[in-house]
Design a protein around this ligand. Sequence first.
Ligand SMILES: C[S@@+](CC[C@H](N)C(=O)[O-])C[C@H]1O[C@@H](n2cnc3c(N)ncnc32)[C@H](O)[C@@H]1O
Length: 249
Amino acid sequence: MTTIARRGSYGVDAPYVLFGLACGAVGFVFAGIGTAMGPGPLFAAVFYLLAAVMAVSFVLYLNATRRGKFQTWAEILDELGLRGDERLLDLGCGRGAVLLMAAERLTTGRAVGVDLWRTVDQSGNAIDVTERNSVAEGVGDRVELRTGDMTALPFGDTEFDVIVSNLAIHNIKSAEGRARAIDEAVRVLKPGGRLVIADIVATAGYQRRLTELGVADVRVRSLGPRMWWGGPWMGTRLVSATKPAEPGS
Ligand SMILES: C[S@@+](CC[C@H](N)C(=O)[O-])C[C@H]1O[C@@H](n2cnc3c(N)ncnc32)[C@H](O)[C@@H]1O
């Protein structure tokens, strides 16, 4: 298993989910104890089983947010085989988990992160936290941060060679909004540029929209247990695609 040493501080994704799983596990243990003294051991066993499921979900979620996503994205970024001179955009970069690993693979290129810095989506989310992380990881000179909405990106057309995004687009509530984020990603991507999106839900919609936009080679694959957000019912899929090169180029 790949070990990823990080010097920055990256918080926890959707912290209320982790808190809910911990509360659920403890609550079911107490329910089991209470039931064992009342209605009987069969009910108690059911509560203890539910507590165990919640506890396992908690551990899987914690692993995904603190370790699994770093290990998985290190591999995805290696597979991209960056030259080092690319201009790369991370949609919903948060505290920089993916953005800064991408920056480590650049030399003359730049890693640009755009985000609304929502703390409900990631604990301690803030532009200055990401800035500090970029310095801690030794890539501050290669990173640019912008406050902006994925559905109306503050960039011109065809500015980027590569676009990445991890667990961010699903936070847009409407299907139209998510489709707009895909449209925007394709707009700011250069012809021949690559797009890699990891997400827990709505990936079929991203695939469909990319295909409608004429983007080539759209592929979807599962990222496996390291990115199970509580269990296999909340796994992560990776959508990858290439924007067609302009005719004659
Ligand atoms: C679960 S966090 C993931 C952050 C980062 N990609 C990572 O893997 O650590 C989702 C991120 O998406 C951002 N986000 C949500 N909706 C957004 C939008 N409409 N435009 C830009 N960023 C958004 C949140 O602020 C948050 O930083």
